[in-house]
Structures are given as C-alpha cells and as structure tokens.
Ligand binder design. Sequence first.
Ligand code: FDA
Length: 404
Amino acid sequence: MESQADKSVLLDALVLGAGAAGLMTAAVAGQGGARVAVLDHADEPGRKILISGGGRCNFTHLEAQSDRYISANPRFARSALSACTPQDFLGLVERHHIAWHEKDAGQLFCDGSARQIVEMLLAECTRGQVKLALGQQIEDVSHDGHCFHVRTNRGLWQSRTLVLATGGLAIPKLGATGLSLQLARQFGLKTTDVAPGLVPLTLSPSLAELAGVSLPVTASLAGGAGKAGRQAPRFTDGLVFTHRGLSGPAILQISSYRQGPQPVCLNLLPHEKDVLGSLLALRQARPKAQGTALLPGLPVRLARMLVAETMDERPVGAQSLATMRRLAERLTRWELTPSGTEGYAKAEVMRGGIDTHGLEQKTMEAKTVPGLFAVGEAVDVTGWLGGYNFQWAWASGTAAGRAL
Ligand code: FDA
C-alpha cells in the first residue's frame, strides 16, 4: 500500500477513517476497480479492532439481524446486514486462515490475536490497490459540485466520492472524534442525539461496599419502554458491582436502551421460578437460621446487605409473611436509579449518529448529496454487545464499497 497522496489523481473514493468500516469499504471498492485512498489521523490503522474482545476481537455474532440493533429507524440495517452476513465475514476470515472459536452461543473470536483481523483487512486493501495515508489531520472538506476536496496537514486530496467512516465518540484517548457527525451536518444531513452506549452505570450513593461482587442477573428497564417508546429487551447475563456503580454484560446491554433517569430493574435470581415459594420453604425447614441462610445462591456480601435492608435481626422463623414478600420483591425486582454513566471514556460505542432517514439503505449514500456515504458507528445503528458492532461495520462498509 502506498502512503503518499498522488495529488494529480482524481480518486473514485476517499474514505475518512481507517477503522473497521473504513478499511472494509476501501477493500471492497478497490477490488471492484475503484481508485481508493483511506485517510486517518492515527499512526496505525484499526486501533479499536486491536483492543477489542480482550485483544482477540469478537469479530461477529452469528445472530446479527436488525432486531439486535438500536436505531431511530429500526429496519434500516436490514438490507446491508443481509447482503453481508456473519457467514460471509467468517468466509473471509477462513480464507485468511485465521483460527477462531465460538463463545457464549454465537460470539466469534480469533483464537490468536485481534491483529490478525487488522492484517486481513490491510491485505484485502492491498489486493484492491488502496492507498493508506496515516497521520493525516483533516483540516477542511468541501465539494465543488463535481468532486470532494479534503485538505489535510499533508496536502490536498480530490475524489468523486467521500465516505464518512471515522466512527463514534467512544474512547477519545484512542483518537475518537465527532468528525463524521460534523461533516454530515456540514453537508446538510441530520444527526440524532448521541450518548455513550454499552457503558457502565454510576450510582449515587455507589454501593461501594459491594464492589467486586458479581452474579448473573436479568436486567430490564423499569417501566419497560425504551427509546421512542419501544420496549427494551431483558438481558440475562453477568452483573458486577463496581466502586462507582454497576457494570458487566447485562448492565452494558441495558445501558444502550436507557433514556434519562430511567431506573434499572434487576432480578437477582433469574433462573428461579418461584422465589417466594422457595423462601417460605427454607423458612419452614430452618426456622432458627439467620436471614442469609435464605439466600444460599447469592454472594455473601450481597445476601447480608439485602437481609439487613429487609428483615430484623430475629431468626427466619420469626419473620412475617410480609417480610418474606418484601425480600422476594427485592430479589426479583430491585429497582436502582443510576445517577449517570461512566461516559465516553468507558463506553464501548456511541449510540445514535448520522440519521439513517437521510441515507439509502442499500448503498449508505446520502439521499440529498450524491457521492457522500456514511458507514460504521458514525451512523445511527448501534449493536448489542457481542460482535454486532463489528458486523455492522463490515456490512455497511460492504454496502458502500460495492456502490463506489
Ligand atoms: P472505528 O472507531 O473502528 O474507526 C474510526 C477510525 O477513524 C479510527 O481509525 C480513527 O483513528 C479515525 N478517526 C477518528 N476521527 C478522525 C479524524 N478526526 N480524522 C481522521 N481520522 C479519524 N465491537 C464488536 O463488535 N466486538 C468487540 O469485541 C468489540 N470490542 C470493543 C472493545 C472496546 C474497548 C471498544 C471501545 C469497542 C469495541 N467494539 C467491539 C466496538 C467496535 O470497536 C466499533 O463499533 C467499531 O470499531 C466501529 O467501527 P468504525 O470503523 O465505524 O469506527
């Protein structure tokens, strides 16, 4: 791959952002015969890929259909996701002889290292004769009616089409910026509200005495309705109490649906069908025991706290039916109102982005600005935890790449 701009050449496609979606777009477009360059301000491509999935990149999820994505336009992602499926991406991974494994039903990871995915994308770009230009600070972007002009600290680039692929605002220290949102607005596209997604929640007071305690829960939103009045799903997965609040996969998932000060509802015994019945049976079997004996399945610190909050100090045989009901309610419907989130510094994604109503769903091209495309996390399509966000990057990149 070349790293210098050949400024005399009018490119077919200029991709801003050498992340997951930008590299995929460039590889597909280049292999389709387009003259393509990718610009990035970072010194290396695919930095988020490198740190993803604990360094092993959870590169797709086998169940990546549009109902696993959050968007103000819920059906938008369907077309791209069906034109580039998890199996299609897996085929590419296997052609590059990257060993992989499945974890937690449907989540696919590299056996080795996330770097293999970056190297695979770069090899695909090389096959498409894509120019990769790193360390490019983008200073100005304009369109003269015929082509796009992008001025960087290193020179001027000109192209028939421009692809916004600079991702979202999550993890600024890895170089995340709002450039795609800003350029979309500059060209008259709408953007939705954006917020950190897949993010730990904070509590005030924080329940710091439980920090480090983890257990499986079902997390839902109290009141049920999430964004735009739609019902948020329930997520049964791990929860971790942190020094500042709540984390773990179940919390990250529900965080993407939460609006404003909405309480989170936890079922601490998600696999127990009749919690009150079990508590009453234990009370009868061990009337002289202390309250924590009623909660053998819970971590001790959590059990102690719940018992202290719901019962007096007498043995369980002396506790009333109303007390048992209160404890059962707390175990199955514990409502906590987070004070906020840990923000973009700790978020895995940005939710919201470039409004999809302004984009063609088959090509990702702006309806009102021919030649302008947007892909990946910059677009208002936010996946669940578990490989869905990369699948969106591959799928939206493929859709745009084929149209360039
Ligand atoms: P991405 O962020 O990958 O790329 C954007 C590129 O644009 C970057 O190279 C950046 O340097 C560049 N850029 C930004 N601003 C610029 C500017 N102003 N000028 C020039 N260049 C600019 N998802 C998943 O499916 N499985 C997983 O295992 C994980 N794990 C994970 C872990 C962590 C810690 C994070 C933060 C995120 C994940 N994700 C994930 C989410 C996933 O990484 C994310 O959704 C995709 O990388 C989005 O791909 P994009 O190409 O849209 O943006």
